[in-house]
Structures are given as C-alpha cells and as structure tokens.
Ligand binder design. Structure first.
Ligand SMILES: *Cc1c(COP(=O)(O)O)cnc(C)c1O
Length: 367
C-alpha cells in the first residue's frame, strides 16, 4: 500500500468547498479584495488563539521575517544569527534587507538552534538580532536564548512558520512570548491558505503600528519607507475558516506521532526527544539515521514500497551556494543534514498507514 507524504484530499472536503465558495461570493459582492473584514477578523482570532496582543497579516512567511527585521531597525551590514538548519527563507530574509547572516550550530538530536553555539557566536560577533526557528514544529530553547541575549540587549525573532500549534509549555502557545514571532500560511503548513500568506505576532503596540505601515507602502502616522506586503481578503477568508479546525488537526498529528513512537520503539534510529510529544505541532516527523549511506539505502527501500519521505533539510545553510561565504558554526548541523529523514505526517494518517510505514522501517533495519 502506497503512503503519501501529505494529504490534501481529506483536508479540503466537499462541504468546505461549498461553504468557502459562498464566502468568496460575499467578498466579490462587497468588492473588498484587499485588507477586507475577513483580514481584521482573522487577525483578531489568530492573536487570541496564539495569546498575542497583535497579529498582523502580510503577504507570506518570508516577508513576515523581513518586515520583522525592519520593524526592529536592523540595517544593511548588521549581523543576524540564524540556525545552520532551517528552510532557506530564514537566511534569505536577512540577506534581502542587506544584513549579513551568522550561522549558529544546532543541537545534534533536535536540529534546533544550540544555546552553547549561540553564546560562542555572541562573543565572537556583534549580533544585532537572532532568528531561531521552531523547526519541524518543535519548540526552540527560547528561555535559554533569552538568558544569553537579555543583558546584551539583542532581540529575538522567532520563525514560527512550522509552529502553528506548538507550545512553550502547557497553555503557552508559540506567539505568546515577548519576542516578535512570524508565521507562514503556505498551503503545506499546519494552517495553510489557498496561496501565499503570512503573519507577525507582537505584544508591542508601537511595533504593530510600524508593521502596519511597512506592509502598506509606509502609510499611516509614521514617515517610513514601506512596501507592498498586503494579504488579500480571499486568503484571510480561507484562514479564518480553517483556523477553527486547526487545533483538532494538530491533535490528530500528535496522535499519529504517538503511534509512530510506539511502533518505532527499539529500532536503531533516533526520534525527537519525548518532550516533543507534549509541545510539538508535528509539522513534520523527522527520524535520525546513523550515516549518510544508511539514509540513502533507507530512502531507496521506502521508494520501492511507495512510501513518501523527504530529507528535510539535507543541506546546512552554509552548504547552499549563495551562502558559502558567510561565517559561523555548523559541525552538528552537517551530520544532522546528512542523516535526517522525514516520514509521512499529516492529520489523516490511518493506523494501517502508520503500520505500513513503521513495518517498512523495521524491515529495513531487521533484515
Ligand atoms: C515555509 C517557511 C518559511 C517561508 O514561508 P513562505 O510563506 O514560503 O515565504 C520561512 N521559514 C520556515 C522555517 C518555513 O518553513
């Protein structure tokens, strides 16, 4: 039985199609295509869900990062710390505002930005901001970063593009901290639009005003240079509609993760630390193999059984061509990128699909 990596068929049901088409029709009647009522509604609802004071919609998750950097007055030439393992957009945002990335190594087990490496990079470079990533939906070590950065007055921007439904601790969702937190609503994220969209969460009234101005050509009370990073009303409408069910879908991901843990227990691979079962949104389900060759063989084996798998992220940031000239640390990240493999993860995985995937991985290691 083939097992796919994602499942959009079950996510977008016939009923949701009909209900959304009605809402789209209402937007067309009002001719409110940009920053309409649905935008304000979603910003309110999303802020409430993430326990933040303000949620500001923007055009996509990369813009959310760029605009956050600008809102904190990070300027061309400034140094910004980014983890050596992340999706390229994190570093891209730094480069696009003319700042320079400094790579910080990751924890070898989780791929999350490593506090000890952060401490070393802070001593070596005058960092102006640090952008940890809640990678795979795990919760990054925010308390430890804050302990290192507070006295140095270096702000954090949390990249929460994979963290809709991630918690720092019971009842404290990602987005409720004092840092700026960014989200992406790219269709494959845990909360996805029917196109591009993103958001920034903040507790600061002042920063919220600034973000509103930057996303809309600098309009408003501030005299600053902005750009166009507005979110259209259709996307806000989809997000508002889907937000209601997101908590339930994240619970279903967690249940699937728990089943994987039961089935994969005892194999010579590493899973994320058990804590992830409490705090992660399970955007992805990574396992760590023991060597690059072993991962290659496992991928071949899974392909032969038509089981979806993706080696997110198979290169460190420093491995990427446009980034090879930048400095930092990536020792643990190198091994991580060569051995990590993501197995199918979505809210609609059935027990028999989980059995199929787990049995294939078991068979690979036991034969
Ligand atoms: C998806 C993603 C982004 C970028 O989001 P876009 O909406 O595609 O611009 C940024 N960071 C991380 C970690 C992501 O996974």
């Amino acid at each position: 039985m083939a097992v796919s990596f994602y499942n959009f068929e079950k996510l977008h049901t016939e009923k949701s199609r009909e209900e959304l088409l009605e809402k789209f029709s209402a937007i067309m009647s009002k001719n409110q295509f940009i920053e309409g009522e649905e935008n304000h509604l979603f910003e309110e609802n999303f802020a409430k869900a993430q326990k933040a004071k303000h949620a500001l919609l923007v055009a996509n998750g990369t813009d959310a990062l760029e605009i956050s950097l600008k809102a904190l007055d990070i300027s061309p030439g400034d140094l910004v710390g980014v983890p050596s393992i992340t999706f390229f957009a994190t570093t891209e945002a730094v480069l696009n505002i003319g700042a320079t990335p400094v790579f910080i190594d990751v924890n070898p087990r989780t791929g999350l930005l490593c506090p000890e490496s952060l401490e070393r990079m802070c001593q070596k470079f005058p960092l102006k901001a640090v952008m940890p990533v809640h990678i795979y939906g795990q919760c990054a070590y925010i308390n430890e970063y804050e302990r290192i950065l507070k006295d140095r007055k270096i702000p954090l921007i949390e990249d929460g593009a994979q963290a809709h439904g991630t918690f720092y601790s019971a009842k404290r969702p990602v987005g409720s901290s004092e840092n700026l937190t960014t989200f992406s609503f790219y269709p494959t994220k845990n909360l996805g639009a029917f196109g591009d969209a993103g958001a920034i969460l903040t507790q600061s009234d002042e920063i919220a005003v600034k973000i509103k101005a930057i996303r809309n050509h600098g309009r408003g009370p501030l005299e600053i240079l902005g750009r166009n990073s507005r979110c259209d009303t259709f996307q806000a409408c989809v997000l508002n509609y889907k937000l209601e069910n997101t908590h339930k879908l994240n619970q279903d991901r967690k249940e699937a993760a728990k089943k994987y843990y039961q089935k994969l227990n005892g194999l010579p691979i590493k899973l994320l630390p058990d804590q992830a079962l409490e705090t992660s949104s399970w955007h992805l389900f990574p396992i760590l193999t023991n060597s690059h060759e072993e991962r290659r063989e496992l991928m071949k084996f899974l392909s032969s059984k038509e089981i979806g798998h993706v080696p997110f992220y198979e290169q460190t940031q420093h491995d990427l061509l446009p980034l090879q000239k930048f400095s930092g640390e990536w020792n643990s990240a190198s091994f991580f990128s060569q051995t990590v493999l993501c197995l199918p993860m979505h809210p609609f995985l059935t027990q028999s699909e989980i059995d199929e995937v787990s049995d294939a991985v078991s068979l690979f290691y036991r034969s």
